[in-house]
Each structure stands twice: as structure tokens, then as C-alpha cells.
Design a protein around this ligand. Structure first.
Ligand code: ADP
Ligand code: 6PG
Length: 273
């Protein structure tokens, strides 16, 4: 057997890259309501400033960009229009003293105009919006004086949208992502959106939001459902209890891990002596 034979992969090869014609199709066919591969993601603009007095080798370690002493929590309050994202997130932000990013504020004007005209957004419309929200959340976590977390509202209706947000933890393992899904019936949200004044999102859009909605999948362990059918106060309180419990559990797990690591180090130190 030659060396070349030896290194032939023993598993099925991935599909060959698209030929030029397909590539053209992927780039220009906007009628495909699918973000990958109908749109190539734009390059992510790294907005963080260089950190002074940190050796360049440390800066290349993504984890070092976030204060490594404790996990940083990214709480994403999700659900279709009218479920109470804004109400709940502002209550959480105030109670937990965390910075808060309102997802709607990150929609480009074209998206707002589209929704205001009663046209549901496509995956392609949401792609840049999700990335800019995610990057701003990371930037907020990195900014002095290092908050313990950040709150975001973002409908995050589909699994793949949530996966876009999860990329934050991939690049910055010090970030713990959690989704809170505010669960309520379509009829209830129709009523709430119908009664809400001065918002571009009209009740006619609630149906399409439910059509797009993909509920938590079994492997989405970072997602918690909160019953959002009660009064605004009751839902906010329930969400606060849920968030507090999860945050404490995550921090305790982290502390136990650090303790175990220091014991292992101690044991190795003793052996070395
Ligand atoms: N639990 C609730 N019960 C009744 N009305 C609510 C509740 N939560 C929010 N609302 C009202 O419903 C409308 C939509 O709430 P909002 O927080 O803006 O939802 P979202 O940000 O998800 O669209 C607002 O007018 C708000 O005051
Ligand atoms: O992805 C979307 O289609 C939008 O993000 C949508 O889900 C969101 O609900 C609107 O921006 C309206 O804002 P409210 O959720 O505040 O009604």
C-alpha cells in the first residue's frame, strides 16, 4: 500500500463544491427562502478594540476576550410578535441590572418597511439582522465594566436563527447562551398585537410568525419555555425566577469545575515536590 492509498479517507466524501453555474444561482436567486446557501454571509466585522497590555498571543485566544473568571450570560428572550419579549426583557434587565438590547432596533429600515406593509420577512432578510444583533451582544459583554450578562429580545423563530446566535459561544467559550421562549397561543398574541398601538407590526402578521415558528427541539438544552399566558406581571416574575435559577446553576457548575481543576493542579504539584 502506498502512502497515498493509506491516507485515502475511509468515510464518504462531502459533496463536491458547487460548480460555477450553481455558485451563480446560490448568489443571485433571492426567491429561495433559505439563508444557507442562498446568501453567503457577509464577513463579520470585528468591532472590538485591541485590549491594551495583553500579549498578542492571548488576544488570539477568543476566550481571553471575555473576562474568564465567570461565565458571561447571553439571555435571548424569544417568541412571535406580541408574546411579551419587550415587556419581559425590560423587567429582567431592570431586576438583574443587565444591559438590554431590543432586537427590533437592529432591523434595517427595509425590514421594518416590509413588516409594516404586512409582508413576512424571509430567511435572507433576517440573516444580517441576526448577525448584527449577535455581534452587538458580544461587544456589550466585552465592554467595561464587564457586565455579568446581557439581555436581548429576538423573535428567533427558527432553529437555524437560534444557531446563528449560538455562534457567539463558539467564538467565545466564556459566553453561556440561554433562550427563553415565551409560549402563548396564536389567538392570545393576535389579541395583544391588535391592542398594541403605534407599532409597525400589525396583527395580520401574527399568522405568518406562527407559520415560521419552530418550537424547541429535543437537543436545544439551552432553551427554556416560559408560560406567557398569564398577566404581564406574572409572566415577568416567572421569567425572572427561571432566569435566576439557571444563572445560579450555571455559575455553580462553573465554580465546581474551577475547584476540581485547582485540586488536580494541587495533586500534580504535590507529586512534583
Ligand atoms: N402577559 C401579558 N398579558 C397581557 N398583555 C401583555 C402581556 N405581555 C405583554 N403584553 C402587551 O402585549 C403587547 C405586546 O407585548 P410586547 O412586550 O411588546 O411583545 P413583543 O415584544 O414580543 O412583541 C404590548 O401592548 C404589551 O403591553
Ligand atoms: O423575525 C421577524 O419576523 C421579526 O423579528 C418579528 O418576529 C418581530 O416580532 C418584529 O420585529 C416585530 O417586533 P415585536 O416582536 O416587538 O412585535
Amino acid at each position: 500500500m502506498t502512502a497515498a492509498d493509506k491516507y485515502q479517507p475511509q468515510y464518504p466524501l462531502p459533496p463536491t463544491p458547487p460548480n460555477e453555474q450553481e455558485h451563480h444561482y446560490y448568489q443571485h436567486n433571492d426567491s429561495v427562502d433559505d439563508m444557507e446557501p442562498s446568501r453567503t454571509p457577509p464577513p463579520i466585522v470585528h468591532t472590538h478594540e485591541p485590549i491594551p497590555n495583553v500579549p498578542a498571543t492571548t488576544i488570539t485566544n477568543a476566550n481571553a476576550l471575555i473576562d474568564p473568571s465567570r461565565p458571561k450570560h447571553m439571555w435571548i428572550v424569544t417568541g412571535p410578535a406580541g408574546c411579551g419579549k419587550t415587556s419581559v426583557a425590560s423587567h429582567l434587565a431592570e431586576s438583574l441590572k443587565l444591559p438590554y438590547l431590543e432586537g427590533d432596533a437592529f432591523h434595517p429600515p427595509e425590514n421594518v418597511a416590509k413588516m409594516a406593509a404586512g409582508t413576512p420577512l424571509t430567511d435572507a432578510d433576517r440573516w444580517d439582522w441576526l448577525i448584527s444583533l449577535r455581534e452587538q451582544a458580544i461587544l456589550t459583554l466585552k465592554s467595561a465594566p464587564h457586565p455579568a450578562g446581557v439581555l436581548l429580545t429576538c423573535s428567533a423563530l427558527k432553529r437555524k436563527y437560534r444557531d446563528i446566535m449560538r455562534v457567539a459561544a463558539y467564538h467565545h467559550p466564556g459566553i453561556k447562551i440561554h433562550f427563553v421562549f415565551l409560549a402563548a397561543s396564536e389567538q392570545l398574541l393576535l389579541d395583544r398585537v391588535g391592542q398594541r398601538a403605534g407599532h409597525y407590526m400589525k396583527d395580520s402578521m401574527v399568522k405568518s410568525q406562527f407559520e415560521a415558528l419552530e418550537r424547541r427541539q429535543p437537543d436545544e438544552f439551552d432553551m427554556i419555555d416560559v408560560d406567557a399566558s398569564g398577566s404581564a406581571e406574572a409572566v415577568s416574575q416567572l421569567a425572572l425566577e427561571t432566569v435566576g435559577k439557571t444563572m445560579r446553576a450555571t455559575d455553580e457548575r462553573h465554580d465546581r469545575l474551577l475547584l476540581a481543576l485547582s485540586e488536580i493542579r494541587g495533586a500534580f504539584g504535590a507529586v512534583a515536590v
